[in-house]
Design a protein. Structure first.
Lengths: 111, 111
């Protein structure tokens, strides 16, 4: 089925570790996004991508790295995880000016 | 910088009652989105509002947009328990694809 898939759904790791969250979409949407959702902050944009090999910072990019070598994949890497990065992470995709479609989220805990 | 504010943040209402959620945004935006999120789930697109005076309706939910006042409303008519969820509005920047989300309104409908 067409859709957007995030993995893993749950992850526990320790401070200082590197962790990568995966996002895969089957619609061939041009745009992909990473958000984090925290109580009291709603959703905040971390990074987005307008096409393969084109990425740009959102509101809260510090401590995160993204890449987009293929249209369908948009991994998010925390290079050295900190406790403040404990959150629920959502990936989304869309075509230009269309509603964004969200994945099921990854619940990340950093101990 | 585009900022989006929703109110109220929390709304408890009785079944059968009407209520309105408000979404204000700070600068010109070319489209306004409403999303629904059930606890522990992803975000589901409800409405996209494109122009001043736009009104969209789906079941007991009706969304409207006043671009001059930079205000969108989500009106709930004769609420039922199934509408219990968190509702987010999001405004796009004038490039069309980055979204800034409001903090969300958690709606609880009591029998």
């Amino acid at each position: 089925d067409a859709g957007i898939t995030q993995s893993p759904r749950y992850k526990i790791t320790e401070t200082g570790r590197q962790v990568t969250l995966m996002c895969h979409q089957t619609w061939s949407h041009s745009y992909m996004f990473w958000y984090r959702q925290d109580l009291g902050h709603g959703l905040r944009l971390i990074y987005y991508s307008a096409a393969a090999d084109i990425t740009d910072k959102g509101e809260v990019p510090d401590g995160y790295v993204v890449s987009r070598s293929k249209t369908e994949n948009f991994p998010l890497t925390l290079e050295s995880a900190t406790r403040s990065q404990t959150s629920v992470y959502f990936c989304a995709s869309s075509e230009y000016s269309q509603p964004q479609h969200f994945g099921d989220g990854t619940r990340l805990s950093i101990l | 910088e585009l900022k989006v504010e929703q109110n109220p943040l929390f709304l408890s209402m009785q079944e059968g009652k009407n209520y309105t959620i408000y979404c204000n945004y700070s600068t010109t935006s070319d489209r306004l989105y409403w999303y629904r999120q059930d606890p522990g789930k992803s975000l589901e697109s409800l409405f996209v509002l494109l122009s001043n005076g736009a009104v969209k309706q789906e079941g007991r939910l009706m969304a409207s947009l006043d671009t001059k006042a930079r205000l969108s409303t989500l009106h709930i008519t004769a609420a039922v328990h199934d509408l219990s969820a968190t509702y987010f509005c999001a405004a796009s920047n004038n490039a069309g694809n980055m979204l800034t989300f409001g903090g969300g309104t958690r709606l609880m409908v009591k029998p």
